[in-house]
Design a protein around this ligand. Structure first.
Ligand SMILES: [Zn+2]
Length: 512
């Protein structure tokens, strides 16, 4: 089947525009004022709580009956003992130093940390009117419940609703290889939600300056005439559309966010997929790039020579052997093999370098295949240069091309010695000499290993291996749900760090 999976009229959306709480305590709408997304999220949770308190008198009573009964324990709530108990506290420890930890800190920065949530609820608690089913104020945990529903089920919609919960559409589970996409016309009037030209457009256009087509408001100017003039009923919907065929009986997945990794999935939606989607391990430019080298780094990011050096290398990708990962680990949870094709006599080394992320410019990362991105290598290389370097772009570019070539040559050399050892038996090397690198290459190699070691040291119990973490995970009681979830993420990331170390340390003459 292909086509529209479901269509929901926008009038069914639960948002700050439609919820009855907004008439009691509105989110002040001022076009000149910039709202943080946290304002909308915290307010929508209050709207939902009010609808829950209204019981059968709520417009959404029927829909609200299908919501989960308990709080979805996203990591933001793990620190609250009354909500998450000891399991939450211990799970937070396992999260330390992971991508999940980074996402959690981002949420605090975005105004959605526990302290901000508590402060918000104390400020608005008195606005909730008594209802027949809820004559008393709701406890904080009731607001946390509503917030967990909003966090895990609301979508970013249009200029009018901003964010909202769409009945039915919120039922789909996420997959990085989803079947569907959500279509929602965003070019609506921010004041009344109309998809057609409306009375508010005159004011809006007066503010923005005159339009080339005076009869068409600016917000619709880039759209075709047919699109603008379609009947209101045809456009004022949210559509869930199939993007690929769906077999009978198959679960239909939606995509909460394109290529989202487990760290963000956990923090935003409260679970990990083990799908190895997303950008792998990431580093903040602040932590890696020296302030006086930012300009040089930016210039190198845009250098065609850099991109070409990695591209040439990628042509051999089909010959990649899989990375050395734990063979006993179950499918779907391990680090993805770089490719499926491998030949035992292949002398093509495991690659070390990944091209730059196409989704995020300048991203510093190690991919799920254990490849260090060219951006991260450039940043690390700059870090190995003396502070007094004159910043000659051409020279650094040429040096980096040599460094990249040397790294690949060293990896190939090592692969050859390993291959001949396998051919000749266990003890003899055909060539056990270390590949000799120039000092710049070797310094970069050591810097990469140090970066990975620092990342490991920032985690909880860094002395343990990924395998140890797996054993701890298996030994946990089944009700230690939060710890088990955090450990999946911690184990996956640790295994990735181990893979990088296992590839780079031998190139530098060390053993893992
Ligand atoms: Zn309007």
């Amino acid at each position: 089947m292909k086509g529209t999976v479901c269509t929901v009229p926008k009038s069914c959306i639960l948002s700050h525009q439609t919820a009855s709480f907004s008439t009691i305590h509105p989110l002040p709408l001022n076009a000149d004022e910039e709202f943080q997304s946290s304002d909308y999220i915290l307010h929508l949770a209050a709207c939902l709580l009010h609808e829950l308190r209204l019981g059968e008198a709520s417009r959404w009573y029927g829909y609200l009956q299908i919501l989960p009964r308990s709080i979805v324990m996203i990591p933001t709530f793990w620190e609250v003992e009354e909500l998450a108990g000891l399991d939450g506290a211990k799970a937070l420890e396992w999260l330390r130093g992971t991508e999940g930890d980074k996402e959690l800190r981002r949420k605090v920065g975005d105004g959605l940390g526990m302290a901000a949530i508590q402060e918000y609820y104390s400020a608005i608690q008195s606005f909730f009117p008594s209802t027949p089913s809820h004559p008393c104020p709701s406890p904080f945990s009731a607001y946390v419940y509503a917030l967990s529903m909003v966090s895990t089920r609301a979508f970013v919609l249009d200029a009018y609703h901003t964010i909202g919960i769409i009945p039915f559409v919120d039922l789909f589970n996420h997959s990085s290889t989803s079947h569907t996409s959500l279509l929602c016309d965003q070019n609506v009037c921010p004041t009344c939600g109309s998809i057609l030209a409306c009375e508010h457009d005159l004011d809006l256009d007066a503010k923005l300056g005159s339009s080339d087509e005076p009869e068409t408001p600016q917000r619709l100017a880039h759209l075709s005439v047919n699109y603008i003039q379609r009947p209101e009923a045809e456009g004022n919907n949210v559509d869930m559309c199939a993007e690929r065929p769906i077999r009978a009986g198959e679960e239909i997945f939606s995509c909460y966010e394109e290529d989202v990794g487990d760290g963000k999935l956990l923090v935003e939606w409260g679970y990990v997929s083990g799908e190895q989607a997303g950008e792998g391990l990431t580093w903040s430019p602040r932590d890696v790039i020296r302030p006086n080298q930012v300009g040089l780094f930016m210039a190198l990011l845009q250098s065609e020579k850099m991109a070409a050096a990695v591209e040439a290398d990628r042509r051999e990708e089909d010959l990649l052997p899989p990375i050395p990962t734990d063979p006993t680990r179950s499918v779907g949870k391990g680090v993805k093999p770089a490719t499926s094709g491998t030949s035992p006599n292949s002398v093509t080394a495991p690659k070390l370098i990944a091209p730059a992320s196409t989704k995020q410019f300048g991203l510093l990362n190690v991919t799920h295949n254990g490849l260090v991105s060219i951006n991260l290598l450039i940043a690390m290389y700059l870090r190995t240069l003396p502070d007094s370097i004159d910043g000659d772009l051409d020279r650094i570019e040429s040096d980096l091309v040599i460094v990249f070539n040397e790294l690949e040559a060293a990896a190939r050399h090592r692969e050859m010695t390993l291959t001949s050892r396998n051919d000749n038996g266990l003890t003899k090397y055909k060539d056990d000499r270390q590949y000799t690198m120039k000092s710049g290459t070797s310094r970069l190699g050591h810097a990469v290993v140090r970066l990975v070691e620092e990342r490991l040291e920032a985690t909880f119990k860094p002395e343990l291996s990924a395998e140890d973490l797996r054993m701890i995970h298996y030994a946990l009681p089944t009700d230690a749900i939060l710890q088990r979830t955090a450990l999946v993420l911690a184990e996956d990331e640790r295994r990735l760090l181990e893979v990088v170390k296992a590839r780079w340390i031998p190139l530098l003459g060390g053993s893992v």
